[in-house]
Design a protein around this ligand. Structure first.
Ligand code: CA
Length: 230
């Protein structure tokens, strides 16, 4: 299965450069030079990942992402010259999964893209594609979580953490396990894991302080109870 990436970037030179790097990795990509064109493209085509610029003519990257997260959970990496903390927080709040700052190193960009795609390709070989729990349906192929037919606005990373739990219900994962599997690196800020778990709980649990799906197992980590899977 070949991966497809959409690059939303108005500077043609940068867009083509990214496209070239991805091509070297054997990844096909498509270009859109505005958020509006990106949206139109996504109505007709399925992609595995989006690389998103922030400063765009018309709608900016944040507006795009806010709108896009109402319809999809696929991973989005922001590629931007703006790198203030405020932008990072804003990006995460509207559902970005990672950031690459311009001028970017091709190696870093490729590594981040590969980390996301590798996981989605590995996961997609699983036998079971759809899981149900409570009023939720988690669909691997569609890369989305729905509650009573409505998409739950998870980022790609949040979706992957939840997928890890659901796919391995009854098994406890330590923050380090989760970091290794979902971030695809064995170094970095492990404390991000608890922030993400909390964020997912707020989106799916009736009472996030007393979770029924993502349980805390003291001294072990987190666990999705097997009996919750329908
Ligand atoms: Ca730009």
């Amino acid at each position: 299965m070949k991966a497809h990436v959409l690059i939303i970037e108005d500077e043609q030179e940068i867009a083509e450069l990214i496209q070239l790097y991805l091509k070297k990795e054997g990844i096909d990509s498509f270009l859109a030079d505005s958020a509006e064109k990106g949206m139109d493209f996504l109505l007709q085509n399925a992609v595995d990942l989006i690389l998103l610029d922030i400063n765009l003519p018309g709608k900016d990257g944040f507006e795009f992402l806010q709108q896009f997260r109402k319809t999809s959970n696929i991973p989005v990496i922001i590629v931007s010259a703006r790198e203030s903390d405020e932008d990072t927080i804003m990006g995460l709040a509207v559902g970005a999964d990672d950031f690459v700052s311009k001028p970017f190193s091709p190696r870093v960009l490729s590594a981040k893209v590969r980390a996301f795609l590798r996981r989605s390709l590995v996961f997609s070989q699983d036998e079971r594609k759809i899981y149900r729990f409570g009023a939720y349906i988690l669909d691997y192929d569609g890369y989305n979580l729905k509650k009573e037919g409505q998409l739950v606005a998870l980022s790609g990373r949040e979706f992957e953490i939840l997928r890890l739990f659901v796919d391995n219900s009854g098994i406890a994962f330590s923050p380090q396990d989760i970091y290794d599997k979902v971030w695809g690196q064995d170094y970095g800020d492990i404390s991000a894991v608890s922030v993400y778990v909390q964020r997912i709980r707020k989106k799916i649990e009736k009472d996030y302080r007393n979770p029924e799906y993502i349980k805390t197992i003291h001294g072990k980590g987190y666990l999705f109870p097997r009996e919750k899977i329908l």
